[in-house]
Design a binder for this molecule. Structure first.
Ligand code: PLP
Length: 475
């Protein structure tokens, strides 16, 4: 591709992106493709000879786009969002063009220094004290893995990396049954083992770990010869927003000298609004906190912020310095690859800098407040509908509901069929979960470009399809 072609296709790609985003409401949120259908249209081996860009681009539009789930669709209410504000897309074009590898300060000084700045902007925006510094990771899963590795090394007096776990006391990590599966995987990968992840019973409106049960578990483990290493607390769990009492958990962590990691991957974005910070009151005592601006804030995926109170313990756990990575004469600079498992790093700070400046914190707060209000209103409207039960009240902008099948024994089956019929309809996209063993349907408003009318359409679609399936009629 020569310079002239690069220009033509860069412009075509940008124009395509603008038209795509502009027409999202006209598309079904989820494609109706069957497994294997797309792969069958793609050549089974790479071409030996170069093909014209016109052909490649036409194939992209014909074979790929119709098979995409549209994550930026304003009526994507499934999972959690992966918001990419248009301004962060623009920043990513620039990052793609520079294609820098930002592993060390000297491999991209501006990327490192901007990263330090925007992390501190976010620390202030979230109301975290100035003792926290941080790093941008690809995902909350990576941040949690790093935190668990620090828990392991700290508890083993920094011997785990060198000597392995054999012959060491058995470590224990504590969490609730509401945490994301990234916690399980961190426990597997760190070698600590699933058996040593202690699930503390939850209770109360936000399904919080019961502090007395947590403390009793730690004491019983110590008495039985285990080595408690850390606690992972949740603020805004994936299923229904399970949230621990961080102040109570932090006090226990302090009493037992345990490392405390807080997973606020989704809900953390809402902490830019002071009125929602009660959900993580006490977080200033945590050792490590993760939140994903790529979920709710609008920073194009991927972008996960890992705050730590003591970066030294992270660096002590993860840094490795062969001669080819040494930065002679650059003492005192931050080399962010020493804070993470991967060595290579994308330039992720630029999209945050563009996003925060183009929208301002007030603009982003207004979006989050709208989402929370629209979800609360929708939950209240659905609660008034025949056969609809609100299973979990809105935690920020996430709630769950269930529709009665008529025959109680068929409820799970009926709600799975309902969510499937809603998604096949294409106007909105929802996902299901299980609450106390029974199927419930999640609703979450969080799309960057959603309007109240989009959330109203969710009400119409849910009541219309549920009514049709049970012959009750909606509204
Ligand atoms: N923690 C919570 C509460 C989540 O909801 C998710 C993903 O949805 C994760 C962690 C994992 O996030 P990531 O995909 O960034 O690893």
């Amino acid at each position: 591709m020569d310079t002239e072609e690069f220009q033509i296709w860069s412009r075509r790609a940008a124009d395509w992106g603008v038209a795509y985003r502009d027409t999202l409401r006209e598309r079904p949120v989820r494609p109706s493709t069957r497994p294997g259908e797309i792969a069958a249209r793609i050549a089974s081996s790479a071409p030996e000879q170069a093909e014209p860009m016109e052909t490649i681009f036409a194939d992209f539009e014909r074979d790929i786009v119709p098979g995409m789930t549209h994550w930026q669709h304003p009526r994507f209410f499934a999972y959690f969002p992966a918001n990419a504000a248009p301004v962060s897309v623009v920043a990513e074009y620039l990052v793609s063009a520079m294609a820098a590898q930002c592993m060390l300060w000297q491999t991209s000084p501006a990327a490192t220094e901007l990263e330090i700045r925007v992390i501190d902007w976010l620390r202030q925006a979230l109301g975290l004290p100035d003792g926290f510094s941080g790093v941008i990771q690809d995902s909350a899963s990576s941040a949690t893995l790093s935190a668990v590795l620090v828990m392991r090394e700290r508890a083993l007096d920094w011997a785990g990396n060198r000597a392995g776990l054999s012959g060491q006391p058995r470590l224990r990590i504590y969490c609730s049954d509401q945490v994301h599966t990234s916690i399980d995987r961190a426990i597997w990968v760190s070698g600590i083992g699933e058996e040593n992840l202690v699930r503390v019973p939850t209770g109360g409106r936000w399904r919080s770990m019961q502090p007395a049960a947590l403390e009793a578990a730690i004491e019983a483990d110590r008495a039985a010869g285990f080595l408690p290493a850390g606690i992972i607390a949740s603020v805004g769990g994936t299923s229904v927003g399970g949230t621990d009492d961080i102040a109570a958990v932090a006090a226990i962590a302090g009493r037992h000298d345990l490392y405390l990691h807080v997973d606020a991957a989704w809900a953390g974005s809402a902490m830019i609004c002071p009125e929602f910070r009660h959900f993580w009151a006490g977080v200033e005592a945590a050792d490590s906190v993760v939140f994903n601006p790529h979920k709710w804030l609008g920073a194009q995926f991927d972008c996960s912020i890992h705050f730590v109170r003591d970066p030294e313990s992270l660096v002590r756990t993860l840094a490795i310095k062969p001669e080819y990575l040494k930065t002679h004469g650059k003492d005192g600079v931050v080399n962010f690859s020493e804070w993470t498992v991967p060595l290579g790093r994308r330039f992720r700070a630029l999209k945050l800098w563009f996003l925060l400046r183009a929208h301002g914190l007030e603009g982003l707060r207004a979006m989050i407040r709208d989402h929370v209000r629209w979800s609360e209103n929708l939950a209240a409207r659905l609660a008034g509908q025949p056969g609809i039960e609100i299973v979990t009240e809105p935690m920020l902008s996430l709630f769950s509901f269930r529709h009665q099948a008529g025959d109680e024994t068929r409820n799970d089956e009926h709600n799975l069929a309902l969510v499937s019929a809603i998604n096949d309809d294409g106007r909105i996209y929802l996902t299901q979960t299980r609450v106390d063993g029974r199927v419930a349907i999640r609703f979450h408003a969080g799309q960057f470009e959603a309007t109240e009318a989009d959330v109203d359409m969710a009400f119409d679609v849910i009541t219309e399809i549920a009514g049709r399936m049970t012959g009750q009629g909606g509204q």
